[in-house]
Design a protein around this ligand. Structure first.
Ligand SMILES: *Cc1c(COP(=O)(O)O)cnc(C)c1O
Length: 391
């Protein structure tokens, strides 16, 4: 049986599951053991070897979801990112990174790489030539993130994979924002796919985990570093994550639909200056997103009309909470200027197109009408406040 041949929701529900042969329970039994008697002299099962029964089962599911030969699960998204990167980089090497990256990844590169003797370049733009321009004779890895945070820009997967192949580099993507439901980068020639499973894979704002999927050879290389770095995930959380992924297909599709509805509503709204969502025809990369994504995702960003205070707006929201994370069933907003991108200088934020009043919106599964009503009452609150101040 080739697990990759199954459809999305069947993979989510069944692939890799451990059969309960004793009691015939419907879900994978949870094996908390850290010690397993040798089956053979060289088969050692141990949590930090990433090969306990529940880890192995979930890795099969994640590999199938990303159309990969193999996968590993980590204790956080950053454990996945750092282990995948360091598996392919050593002192004297160079990496080309997309200019807009998740804050944690940006910090890892800019705060840590120098002491390992690894040099790096960020691209100036997001076109394939922007990546090729930065390739040096010692470059080993190209690293991208699409859709990006917080402006939902789209990077051309096929074009970047082609640049990497031409120069013999490993291409890596942080596929967190899309989730495996909306984007399978390996189909477009990308080598290594990374997820913060804290986001859509977990989906309920109660799990911190990461995942990497790639060819068997690449995963073997990543595994050998992973067991030394030690970022494995506890068995109970592995088991919870398997449970969460069962509903990932239906959750993310509901979030896609809601985000499209909310993006169109905000786009039409007189109080909203600008909306960033790849599912809108007005998005500059809409056609590219259509070509490489199966759905446009649950993340969008918007700017209020310049006369309205974005901080006050956030404070007036009731149903939609201001929160640091994303991708949960609950709708959440945050101000990139005040949180994820607060360490960048105002000039750098401006250069990246991040307006001070920008609001990032992680759309949940609530009824869109209720989300719209919450936004209307918050806008009303901000408008009346403005009037009391100006009179
Ligand atoms: C959250 C996130 C990460 C880091 O994941 P953690 O689970 O917090 O370590 C990496 N990339 C993206 C795009 C994220 O949103």
């Amino acid at each position: 049986m080739n697990p990759n041949k199954k459809g999305l929701n069947t993979i989510c529900t069944h692939v890799g599951e451990l059969e309960d042969l004793v009691y015939k329970g419907a879900v994978s039994p949870l094996y908390m053991g850290t010690s397993y008697a040798f089956e053979d002299v060289d088969v050692k099962r141990y949590p930090r070897y990433f090969n306990t029964p529940n880890q192995e089962a979930l890795c099969i599911k994640i590999a199938a979801l990303e159309h990969a030969e193999s996968a590993l699960i980590f204790s956080s998204g950053m454990a996945a990112v750092s282990t995948a990167l360091m598996a392919f980089l050593k002192a004297g090497d160079h990496i080309v990174l997309q200019k807009t990256l998740y804050g944690g990844t940006y910090n890892l590169v800019t705060e840590e790489f120098q002491k390992f003797g690894i040099s790096y370049s960020f691209t100036d733009g997001l076109g394939a030539s922007d990546f090729e321009d930065k390739v040096q004779s010692n470059t080993k890895v190209i690293y991208i993130e699409t859709p990006s945070n917080p402006l939902l820009t789209i990077t051309d997967l096929k074009a970047v994979a082609k640049v990497a192949k031409k120069h013999g580099l490993v291409s890596m993507i942080d596929n967190t924002f899309a989730s495996p439901v909306n984007q399978n980068p390996i189909d477009f020639g990308i080598d290594v796919v990374i997820h913060s499973a804290t986001k859509y894979m977990g989906g309920h704002s109660d799990i911190c985990a990461g995942a990497v999927a790639s060819s068997a050879d690449n995963m073997n290389r990543i595994f050998h570093l992973a067991k030394n770095f030690g970022g494995s995930l506890s068995e109970y959380t592995v088991w919870l994550l398997e449970r969460s992924i069962k509903t990932m297909g239906i959750r993310v599709k509901a979030q896609n639909e809601n985000a499209q509805r909310m993006a169109e509503y905000l786009h039409r709204h007189n109080d909203i200056h600008k909306v960033y969502y790849p599912g809108l025809k007005s998005h500059p990369d809409h056609e590219l997103a259509k070509a490489q994504m199966l759905g446009f995702g649950g993340m969008l960003s918007f700017e209020l009309d310049k006369s309205l205070d974005a901080t006050q707006f956030q404070k007036h929201l009731k149903l939609i909470k201001s929160s640091m994370s994303l991708a949960g069933l609950e709708s959440m907003v945050l101000s990139p200027t005040k949180t994820s991108h607060s360490l960048l200088s105002p000039e750098e934020r401006h250069r990246q197109g991040i307006a001070d009043g920008l609001i990032r919106f992680s759309v949940g599964i609530e009824e869109p009408e209720d989300l719209m009503a919450d936004i209307e009452q918050a806008l009303e609150g901000v408008r009346s406040k403005k009037m009391t101040i100006s009179h």
